[in-house]
Design a protein around this ligand. Structure first.
Ligand SMILES: C[S@@+](CC[C@H](N)C(=O)[O-])C[C@H]1O[C@@H](n2cnc3c(N)ncnc32)[C@H](O)[C@@H]1O
Length: 251
């Protein structure tokens, strides 16, 4: 099962949602990259780069003497990524169309990163193995993932968010092959043959605290509702459409 289609697609609305999500996730991904050992001058591979947010973050961190290659299976989303990177003045990023499993490059990378990609893979361990095949000996493999299970608490509590999450979780779990990949990272790394003293995982599984003033917060709620609505069977859609409208109205 290496070629599971990407179920969220790359419509303009989904691309906007990815960018909103990226703004919220940026500090967590940045901390992961720094703790993993990303320093100026390194060469980085971003697997499943989408519209380029992780690649652009990595490009800032490696600086002008480093380089970043972002790959994705979708030519459509890569066009968005290229345009954004160019507008942001990143001369050290290149985007290429390829599945991670088929990607070849003339030289190994210092670090491979993937964000929110393992959940979409038929075989997460095989995907991690392919990430490892792209880095040099002693290189770094890092993933920032989500586990779509359990509760997703908001502090302070935001009832709309709780409700949105339960719908999004039901919708996503009904179509994803590995919605729990974020909670099983150690197991997947182990299965990929990469567990060792130098393998570590951090989890913030009980609560993610995001100020309500975060730009895009309500839009992200609305986008999640809209997305779950499209994923669930038609008969259940009606119950999701009302809160989606409410979310938009309470912006
Ligand atoms: C949820 S998006 C995340 C995008 C980006 N990493 C971010 O965090 O904003 C996942 C992306 O991975 C891509 N993708 C999924 N499986 C892939 C694979 N096997 N090889 C390359 N790209 C893949 C999809 O096309 C999609 O653009």
């Amino acid at each position: 099962m290496s070629d599971v289609p990407y179920i969220l697609g790359h419509s303009p609305a989904e691309v906007r949602r990815l960018m909103l999500q990226a703004a919220i996730l940026k500090p967590i991904t940045e901390r992961l990259l720094r703790e993993a050992g990303l320093t100026p001058g390194l060469r980085v591979l971003d697997l499943g780069c989408g519209c380029g947010d992780v690649a652009m973050l990595a490009a800032e961190l490696v600086g002008p003497n480093g380089a970043v290659v972002g790959i994705d299976r979708s030519a459509e989303v890569l066009a968005v990524a290229r345009e954004r990177a160019q507008a942001a003045g990143h001369a050290n990023i290149e985007f290429r169309e390829s599945a991670a499993e088929d990607f070849v490059d003339q030289a190994p990378f210092d670090l491979a990163i993937g964000r929110y990609v393992l959940i979409h893979q038929g075989n997460p361990a095989a995907f991690i193995r392919s990430a490892a095949s792209h880095v040099r000996r002693g290189g770094i493999i890092a993933f920032h993932e989500i586990g779509i299970y359990g509760e997703c608490q908001a502090l302070p509590p935001v009832p709309l968010w709780q409700q949105t999450w339960s719908w999004a979780r039901a919708g996503l779990r009904s179509v994803m092959v590995h919605p729990d990949a974020g909670g099983r990272m150690i197991a997947h790394f182990h299965e990929a043959g990469l567990s060792s003293r130098r393998c570590s995982a951090k989890s913030r599984s009980t609560a993610v605290q995001i100020p309500q003033s975060t730009p895009g917060w309500h839009s992200q709620c609305a986008a999640c509702c809209h997305k779950s609505r499209r994923l669930v069977p038609p008969r259940q859609r009606r119950s999701i459409s009302t809160p989606w409208r409410t979310a938009c109205a309470t912006r």
